[in-house]
Design a protein around this ligand. Structure first.
Ligand code: ADP
Length: 728
């Protein structure tokens, strides 16, 4: 109890004593009240005056303090109430005198509450109690009460005196601080969920739950503006009748609060829907007896996503703070929705790009395959023509045959490059790694292009490291890369220029570089040239380059080896330098490059029967000639069925078969051949235009011993046959 209240309590006690004495005096019971009675009447008058002075002092004090002081009989009727009650409640003391306190201030509340309070007081359970009463204007006022009891002579409580401090403002501040904190927490909570990438539907459900709980309302909803812009769909909500969320639609015009919110482009507050004139409430509201509510726009990047609204069946005056809270929630939803849209767009773009890439790779694979078939006879016949004595005798024809072979070969290389690129893109490239000296690979590559360099009148300087540079690598692939760099250097350097090949150890890496004094590369193309189908100039038509695949493949191969490759140039006309770095392998003596070595005893074996199956008669004829030239007896078949017959009858020493054939495929054929007694382990070569890893796997799984892709070099084929049939 505060000091002021202690004082008041004391004064009230003194006042009660004084009143009792005055009453006694008035009743002539001075002898019973005033002691000692023997005192002179003067003393009595003095006492009377003193009492009156004291009483007036107390009364003036009582009327001027802000604490409400009231005395009630057990039933609740007012015996006394001070002036402070008027300021707090709007009722004057004289209006309350004799009235029942509870009926005035707690209309509709049970009388039982009064007796309950008295009971608790008697038991001494009440010290301080916060009670909210309704003032004359209906507004709620919170008073913090302290009580003292007045006992009758029989020891029963005859009245209680209550001291009520008006704490309405303090409560209001406390409540609004609490509400503010709650709202902040709700906004932070939703923001965190949005950042964590919570599913959109879940986020909307959480948003409406938070709104309803924090604002203590029955209904909350997220309405999504449908693409036609004419209706809004109830996407998420709390309080609404079952089955409505996800289905119910409201008009986006002025017949709904949401529609009006979108049209007016600002938050809308409704205190009483019945008297609303700006829009007519939708049936959804009428069905749910909505009285008050507010709604805000959920903004989107290009157009609004929809509306966030909240409604109640009790009349309520929503405030600016309420709107600010609702808008904060709507903004989080808007940002989350936008982010998801952007992510979806990105994903679909990526998907489209992936599909396009896949389609491109598939196209490249099919095209390469289809080009290989016609190329095989072109190349083969060109070789035969080159060797033919009639052609060799005629210089022009000989040159023509040479040109055909040269161009067919370069076309075959292009096709191989395209397929390589597809294989790399699909992760289907197989590396045969071994520890090998990078210098050794460099020397092999240099040997391969030396003649071309010399024929263009270029100088070549080789500055290889005197020490071994062991790397764990596929020598064929690395050789391919270095040769590509050397070929480019030759291609892009004018006669008389210089090409320098250097190698060295740089930290724990082996480096090889190819430098030239050629046309150089503009800075903006230094990176671009490593992309497929990109040249170091903006115009493909005017450039003297090829398809732009070499460096793209080179980079992929180097990356697959855990290394890097890049280009340096001071600009156009300043020459270029291509650098490759590869991780050094643990020191050990470098092995020899692997690959298909020649078969033991490379002498031509004659008289062996080879079953040759190929649906393209051109290719069949060509291969037949080549094989017969090598001394083999060729059993030719243009389809699987005929081949099967020949196999049964002739029991060949080896079979070479195409895969893609009408009727019986090459896979079926070998499986059937394997069932023929004596041919279970006969060597078989699949010779196809299909060069992907799974094609190779499928051929081997079907029963072939080796897979070769067209066009095949006859010498290589011969070597392979000798190797497979060694000992036969
Ligand atoms: P291609 O040479 O078949 O066009 P590459 O992938 O090997 O394909 O090279 C891509 C591009 O890089 C070339 O078109 C060329 O513009 C540029 N380039 C490559 N090497 C050199 C070089 N040594 N000097 C100048 N430009 C080069």
């Amino acid at each position: 109890m505060s000091y002021e209240e202690e004082q008041i309590k004391y004064l009230v006690k003194r006042l009660a004593e004084a009143e009792a004495r005055i009453q006694a005096l008035a009743l002539g019971q001075a002898d019973a009240i005033i002691e000692p009675l023997s005192a002179a009447p003067i003393l009595l008058r003095q006492a009377q005056k003193a009492l009156l002075r004291s009483e007036s002092r107390y009364r003036s004090l009582l009327s001027n303090i802000s604490t409400v002081i009231c005395e009630l009989v057990p039933e609740g009727n007012v015996i006394f109430v001070n002036d402070a009650v008027a300021k707090v409640t709007g009722y004057k003391p004289e209006e309350l005198s004799g009235k029942n306190w509870w009926e005035v201030f707690y209309p509709g509340k049970l009388r039982g509450q009064v007796s309950e309070l008295f009971n608790q007081l008697r038991l001494g359970n009440v010290s301080e109690r916060e009670m909210v009463l309704a003032a004359r204007d209906g507004s709620p006022r919170t008073l913090l009460w302290n009580y003292i009891k007045q006992f009758g002579q029989d020891g029963r409580i005859i009245s209680i005196i209550g001291f009520g401090s008006d704490i309405t403002e303090r409560k209001r501040t406390e409540d609004s601080l609490k509400a503010y904190a709650l709202r902040q927490a709700a906004v932070a909570d939703l923001g965190q969920k949005a950042l964590a990438g919570t599913d959109l539907k879940e986020l909307m459900d959480e948003a409406v739950r938070l709104v309803a709980r924090t604002l203590d309302v029955e209904y909350a909803k997220v309405l999504e503006l449908l693409p036609d812009g004419k209706e809004l769909l109830l996407r998420a909500g709390v309080g609404w009748k079952e089955g409505l969320v996800g289905c119910a639609r409201v008009d986006a015009g002025t017949s709904s609060q949401a529609g009006f919110t979108l049209l007016s482009n600002e938050p809308v507050i409704v205190e009483d829907l019945a008297s609303e004139t700006r829009f007519s409430g939708p049936p959804l509201f009428r069905d749910h007896e909505v009285v008050s509510g507010m709604s805000v726009i959920i903004h989107g990047c290009k157009k609004p996503f929809g509306v966030l609204g909240t409604h109640t069946t009790k009349r309520r005056k929503f405030t600016g703070d309420d709107i600010a809270f609702l808008q904060a929630i709507a903004n989080i939803l808007g940002l989350a929705i936008e982010r998801r849209r952007a992510e979806d767009e990105r994903a679909s773009l990526l998907e489209r790009e992936r599909n396009a890439n896949q389609a491109k790779d598939e196209f490249l694979a099919i095209l390469s395959h289809e080009l290989r078939n016609p190329l095989t006879p072109v190349l083969g016949w060109a070789r035969i023509l080159n060797r033919h004595s009639t052609i060799a005798a005629d210089a022009q024809l000989f040159e023509a045959a040479k040109a055909i072979e040269r161009n067919a070969l370069s076309m075959a290389r292009l096709i191989e490059d395209c397929l390589d690129l597809v294989r790399i893109a699909e992760g289907k490239i197989r590396l045969e790694k071994q520890v090998i000296d990078l210098n050794q690979i460099a020397r092999t590559s240099i040997r391969a292009v030396e003649t071309t360099i010399q024929s263009k009148d270029l100088r070549l300087e080789v500055k290889l490291s005197p020490h071994d540079l062991p790397i764990l690598a596929d020598p064929v692939r690395i050789e391919e890369v270095i040769m590509n760099l050397l070929t480019n250097a030759t291609k892009y350097t004018e006669s008389g220029g210089l090409i320098t090949v250097s190698s060295s150890r740089v930290g724990d890496e082996a480096e090889i570089s190819v430098e030239d004094t050629g046309i150089g590369i503009a800075p903006e193309y230094l990176e671009q040239i490593f992309e497929p189908f990109r040249q170091g100039t903006s115009s493909w038509l005017t450039s003297r380059s090829g398809l732009g695949l070499g460096l793209a493949i080179a980079r992929q191969i180097i990356l697959l080896h855990g290394g890097r490759i890049w280009a340096e140039s001071s600009g156009l006309g300043q020459g270029s330098r291509f650098i490759v770095r590869l991780p050094l392998a643990q020191e050990q003596s470098p092995g020899q490059a692997g690959g298909c070595s020649d078969a033991p005893g490379s002498a031509v074996t004659t008289g062996l029967k080879i079953l040759l199956v190929e649906d393209s008669e051109d290719i069949l004829e060509l291969l037949k000639i080549e094989l017969e030239r090598m001394g083999y007896i060729v059993l030719a078949a243009t389809d699987g069925q005929a081949a099967l017959e020949l196999a049964r009858r002739e029991k060949p020493a080896l079979v070479i078969s195409d895969i893609k054939m009408p009727g019986l495929s090459g896979y079926d054929l070998i499986q059937l051949i394997r069932q023929i007694p004596g041919l279970e382990s006969m060597p078989a070569i699949a010779l196809t235009g299909l060069g992907m890893r799974e094609d190779i796997g499928a051929a081997l799984a079907a029963g072939y011993s080796v897979h070769l892709t067209k066009p095949v070099d006859p010498d290589e084929l011969g070597r392979l046959i000798r190797w497979l049939t060694a000992g036969k």
